[in-house]
Write a protein of this length. Sequence first.
Length: 385
Amino acid sequence: MTTACETLSPHLLPAQELPTLRQTRFEDYPQIASLETSHELITLAEDDWRRVWTDNPLWPRLKEHWPIGWVLEDNRGKIVGSLGNVPFHYTFQGKSLISACGRGWVVAPEYRGVALWLMDEYFNQDGADLFVNTTVNALAAGIVGSLSARVPAGDWQAAAFWVTSYHGFARTALRMKDIPMTGLLAPAAALGLRLKDLVSSKALPPANQAFAIAEASGFDPRFDVFWKQLVEQNPNKLLAVRDVATLNWHFSIPMRHEKVWIITASQHGILRAYCTLKREDQPAGLQGLTRMRLVDFQTLEPEADLLPSLLRPALHRCRVEGIHVLEHMGCDLPKMAAFDRFAPHRRKLQCWKFYSKATDPAIDVQLASAQAWDPSTYDGDATID
């Protein structure tokens, strides 16, 4: 949940200047986009913003009663606060669950004393079985953490990564530290980092020859068959739906911009594992680090540990294309152990990223166990744009 709200602001408004809270309408886009841009939040183009809801496979059944968000409107009709509300489909123990994900919590400075109105509306909405947020930043962590719980599986304040372009990474790192003469110092820094990795890092094991590893250009019918088998294998885990329709919606925006890679492992032509990766570069104003992130890894062959075989072509392509790093957010997940074991670098994130809450107390108790989870950045809105 990205935010530009200083939620602890002591500023109070006279009663006559209090804004009005209402549900968001699609025609509010220009004002919401202007508000987000003025607070340096990433803003989608209008067609993409609308499609987050209208292209969602859930939308035909939800559109009559699901709020796309809420806005604060001043007495002149100007939108001074906004919070989006995106539905995601989950399955758990044979039940179909709808998760609400908050998106783009932003309030103008003079109205931040009432910013919590939006969050209160979000957590008290009807129709949501779950609240799952995976992009919580430092400004929102205190509030979201008081109203929901940290996901109990994995460390969501840590990331592991490989450097895949030493010169580009070194140059960017020197700039971020405001070190002068980066052009002169970067080659030496890159060489030192490369030598350190050669000495201390572990090589990935050879690719598993029993499986054919390939890049896919999209999500074809094999993924529907795979999804049905995945649910059958994991009936007691909370799983975000990964059928073809949902995958195509989830990744539609980054796929149109050629920012998604899909790498598969097949046996006798049948899909047995896959991973998705998404390009998530740092903005040029933040020194321009180029980055590929592992979004999701799913397998029907847990004993084979096919993740290293899928990472090999991802690392190769990053190096060929000059991408600075290949990263995965969320360490200490059993299924992702190979990434943690072989990636030589770690970094600490500003805050815990992944929170959840179920509206049914019985389900909420079950979700307090790590065994009920298979979390990744496919959950929530972390990778839909």
